[in-house]
Design a protein around this ligand. Structure first.
Ligand SMILES: [Fe+2]
Length: 294
């Protein structure tokens, strides 16, 4: 696939770090207009208390309004397992279309079964406004954008490229963070390696924006790097590490990792585009916990 890369378009990228989940959400502004996109928003949850709030999303909404921006897209790089999406909440306030990768249908099939969702749960991705295929293009104002299918962490993972800025989701972490796990249902370390190579085949000067950072070795949180930096220094794939080495390392590492703290509420909500469960007969909403289901 030859992707329509154009490094001459340089969007303004504003990161919003969520310390509760180490997620970075982005507002990406078209340099040629007031149009913008939001990538990977976060809805706040106090899981122990069963309490949902919207401080993080409200801060992004306030920024869009204060800057006089028009929100055109709410992009989900993938179905996140460690935080809940605020896409429907933001869409209700600011409009815009919600987009995710086509293979969300695979994720819906897998987790629809695990959560024993009834037939009313459509596994066709229809909760989203747009399902992206590899190489699909779209615009944010005057800015041409495209999606790259980068599976491995999950089957539906996409990297979104907007001018000289690429949003890699959990395909890569910062060079000293390496890569994300590939052991969720539908994940695959070899596939992740191949997807990382697709990202690293972008021009060296392409800015890369991470979905997560955990500040390895006590450094401050950072979320922006470049293809060139990752190629040279990424501790898991940099310096030309082979596929075989990566798969061995990743598989061994993943076997030692605990489930993410918020995986149960996150998947349950995010596979439905970020919609909370329907209200029960008393008007309250409940999350399910599958016992020995994951
Ligand atoms: Fe993820």
């Amino acid at each position: 696939m030859l992707y329509p890369v154009d490094l001459s378009v340089k969007p303004e990228v504003k990161g919003f770090f969520d310390p509760a989940t180490n997620t970075i959400s982005y507002i990406v502004k078209d340099p040629g207009s007031k149009a913008c996109a939001i990538v990977d928003s976060v809805m706040d949850i106090d899981y122990a208390a069963g309490r949902i709030t919207y401080e993080h999303a409200d801060a992004m909404i306030a920024y869009v309004r204060d800057e006089g921006l028009e929100l055109e897209w709410l992009i989900e790089t993938h179905v996140h397992a460690d935080h809940l999406s605020a896409a429907p909440y933001i869409q209700q306030k600011l409009g815009g279309k919600v987009g995710i990768g086509r293979y969300i249908t695979v994720v819906q099939e897998t987790f629809g079964k695990i959560f024993n969702e009834g037939t009313e749960f459509q596994r066709d991705g229809s909760q989203f406004d747009r399902l992206f295929d590899d190489g699909d293009t779209y615009t944010v104002g005057t800015m041409a954008c495209f999606a790259m299918h980068t599976p491995g962490h999950t089957p539906a993972c996409m990297t979104h490229v907007m001018g000289d800025a690429a949003f890699v989701g959990d395909t890569l972490f910062m060079p000293d963070g390496g890569s994300a796990r590939a052991d969720f249902p539908g994940g695959d370390a070899g596939t992740l390696y191949d997807s990382i190579q697709k990202v690293l085949a972008l021009p060296d000067g392409m800015r890369l924006f991470m979905c997560h950072d955990y500040g390895p070795n006590g450094r401050d949180i950072r979320w922006e790097t470049t293809v060139g930096e990752e190629k040279a220094h990424n501790i898991h794939v940099g310096g030309g590490r082979s596929r075989e080495e990566f798969v061995k390392f990743r598989t061994e590492r993943d076997a030692t990792l605990a489930m993410p703290r918020l995986i149960i509420p996150s998947l349950q909500v995010n596979m439905k585009g970020g919609e909370l469960p329907e209200a029960d007969s008393n008007g309250k909403r409940y999350l399910k916990v599958p016992l020995n289901g994951l």
